[in-house]
Design a protein around this ligand. Structure first.
Ligand code: CA
Length: 491
């Protein structure tokens, strides 16, 4: 601003100089009212004193006009004038227009001021936004402080341990996920939960009577065998990713953790799949550690992972190698590749993805019957192909061709040998719209409500041990209870 002011003063002085005498002087000072006042003195070429007492002479008139202009400009530039744009009229405007250089300098100064003004307003808005967020967080903290803690609160009666007569997805899905026994291994240690410590307290029988009268939220369910999917519960949030790398990803739990494995049956694994060189596999001791974001193990995979189709089964991570149709079996105990094999004719790297893209060409799944691959080929022109894989060698044991296009659906999962597809990855209220029964080799349309709470669901898989859907919806690691019915015993 001062630079511009100096330019203005110099330009005026230069103009004045050419029309006056060799020696001239300019003083600047404030008058009594504080207004900026300029005094300009020029010696007369022919007379010892001023030829006229006041005004007089075309040169003096010209200088006065220029000084007047200078004063107006200085006043405006220093903020004393109006706050509008460049001068639009009057003597100052006329004079400014007569000096293209001055006009340009003035325009630049005004432009600069407008820019600064805009920046100031933006910062003010930002400050207001931050203040609002602080206020919201303060209210949230207040709310949480006033909320009682249900499991340990003295007002809530402790519930006795039960042999899980509830359906998958009871009223406390997180503890259910953490504490559910692994039926295949009969690992009773995982039955332990906070209720155990109250097992011998007085009044246990009364409490038991009360608890058993509470109806299960999802109604009666046969939890011992397989069956068709009847409904899916509300998404339960376990963790929100901290960084952009967690916008989409895959999380898994081995439904058949092997005895002697260095990792317990509660171990959860997670891969953030944003990026092109995805090789980190994070391990968490249990759901609580996952929710807190404290991994106990980080494995660096020898070959990069493609997308969100990985799965865990019997101590191995199964995943699609980046930019290939190669399936890799990575043994968690020895931390090495145990098997690799191309999935015959499978499209990869964006050829037959799910509707959200993300190179989701090959989706691996595990259910009560074993390991599956869901993908497509040129031969079936993009329709979903289901293949049953040998979990040891990765060979295809049998394949089924469905009539639904892979790119038309958001994701899929397999329960009891039946494939289910989800219609939309972004609609908060969508449906499971198709199912294919591999036993009957028949598909059919269905309409089972399904919620994408965070509107960007990049991974949905079924875990047969937990009897839950595990999913990754827009930075959020979530799970869903499922209700099965009308089926046959599990294999
Ligand atoms: Ca899936």
């Amino acid at each position: 601003m001062f630079l511009l002011l100096s330019v203005c003063v110099c330009a005026l002085l230069l103009g004045a100089h050419t029309q006056s005498q060799d020696r001239a002087a300019l003083w600047r000072g404030n008058d009594r009212s504080g207004r900026c006042q300029y005094t300009f003195t020029v010696p007369s070429p022919s007379e010892a004193s001023c030829p006229q007492a006041a005004g007089g002479g075309p040169e003096m008139e010209s200088l006065k006009a220029r000084l007047g202009l200078l004063e107006v400009l200085v006043s405006r530039l220093t903020g004393g004038g109006d706050t509008g744009g460049p001068p639009r009229g009057g003597a100052a405007g006329e004079a400014a227009r007569s000096q293209p250089g001055l006009q340009e300098a003035l325009n630049r100064a005004v432009g600069e001021r407008n820019l600064l003004q805009g920046e100031k307003e933006r910062l003010e808005r930002e400050v207001q936004g931050l203040q609002r967020r602080v206020e919201e967080m303060r209210r949230e903290t207040e709310k949480l402080r006033n909320k009682p803690c249900p499991p340990q609160a003295p007002l809530v009666p402790p519930s006795p341990p039960r042999q899980d007569s509830r359906p998958a997805g009871g009223s406390n899905p997180m503890s259910h996920l953490m504490g559910r026994p692994n039926r295949q291994q009969g690992d009773t240690s995982s039955l332990r939960d906070t209720a155990w410590q109250y097992g011998g307290t007085p009044g246990f029988q009364e409490l038991k009577a009360e608890v058993t009268e509470v109806p299960a939220p999802d109604g009666p369910e046969d939890n011992t065998g397989c069956g068709e999917l009847l409904s899916v519960g509300e998404p339960v949030i376990h963790r929100k990713a901290d960084t952009i790398a967690g916008k989409y990803g895959v999380w898994m739990q081995d439904p058949e953790a092997q005895a002697g494995s260095p990792y317990g049956s509660k171990m959860l694994w997670r891969i953030d799949t944003v990026g092109s060189e995805i090789r980190q596999l994070f391990g968490y001791e249990d759901m609580e550690q996952l929710s807190k974001g404290f991994p106990s193990k980080v494995l660096l995979l020898p070959e990069a992972v493609e997308s969100t189709g990985s799965t865990l089964y019997r101590g191995s991570l199964y995943y699609q190698r980046r930019r290939s149709r190669t399936i890799i079996r990575y043994d968690l105990a020895s931390e090495s590749i145990a098997a690799r094999r191309d999935l015959p004719h499978a499209g990869f790297h964006g050829q037959y993805p799910y509707s959200w893209g993300g190179y989701t060409d090959i989706d691996l799944a595990v259910d009560e019957q074993g390991l599956w691959a869901v993908y497509s080929t040129n031969k079936v022109k993009g329709a979903i192909v289901i293949s049953k894989l040998d979990p040891h060698s990765l060979e295809v044991k049998k394949s089924w061709e469905t009539s639904i296009r892979k790119v038309a659906v958001a994701n899929s999962f397999i329960i009891c040998g039946r494939l289910y597809t989800v219609a939309s990855y972004s609609s908060p209220n969508t449906t499971i719209n198709y199912t294919y029964d591999t036993e009957k080799s028949q598909g059919k349309a269905v309409a089972i409500p399904f919620k994408n709470k965070f509107r960007y669901n990049s991974m949905i898989d079924y875990n047969p041990a937990q009897r839950r859907l595990m999913s990754w919806d827009n930075f959020h690691i979530v799970s869903y209870s499922v209700r099965l019915g009308g089926g046959q015993p599990a294999n």
